[in-house]
Design a protein around this ligand. Sequence first.
Ligand code: SF4
Ligand code: SF4
Length: 158
Amino acid sequence: MVSSKELLKELLTDEKLGYCQSCGSCSASCPMTRVIPEKYNPRTLLQKIHLDPDGMSEKEELWLCAWCYRCTERCPQGIQPTEIFLLTRNFAAEKGMIPANPRRIIKEIMNSGRSMPYGEFIDELREDYGLPPIGEVPAKVLEEQRKIVGEEFLEVVK
Ligand code: SF4
Ligand code: SF4
């Protein structure tokens, strides 16, 4: 199986990054840069990953992308920043480098099937909007989810 790091190397070659015009469309489109410009900028993140993928796999900055794909849609050079960030995260996760917050969310998804704990207040809130209750995720579905994720990954996020 091809590793995330190998895929990353294919996607982020010197030649490909050489096409980056440093136009800044990715950063100008990024909702995270708008909210936390001092912490997050996809254009500079791309450069940092290119220069040091191992070092960047240890940085929390890597986990701030909100996955909206605006940068990828608007990049005039087809550089696909979102895919590059996803692969770098996969690469980090393979090494067990998952910061506390995403680790907590992954654990919650594995335990309850949702990214936040289910409580009756959620159904009450839904009722206010005329929506049906969602209830708890059935055990069979959680078991299926564990199989899809695989024991190896479950060990990593333990
Ligand atoms: S939008 Fe594309 S070409 Fe422009 S700075 Fe970002 S990665 Fe480079
Ligand atoms: S996909 Fe990530 S980096 Fe790209 S614009 Fe959205 S939040 Fe920003």
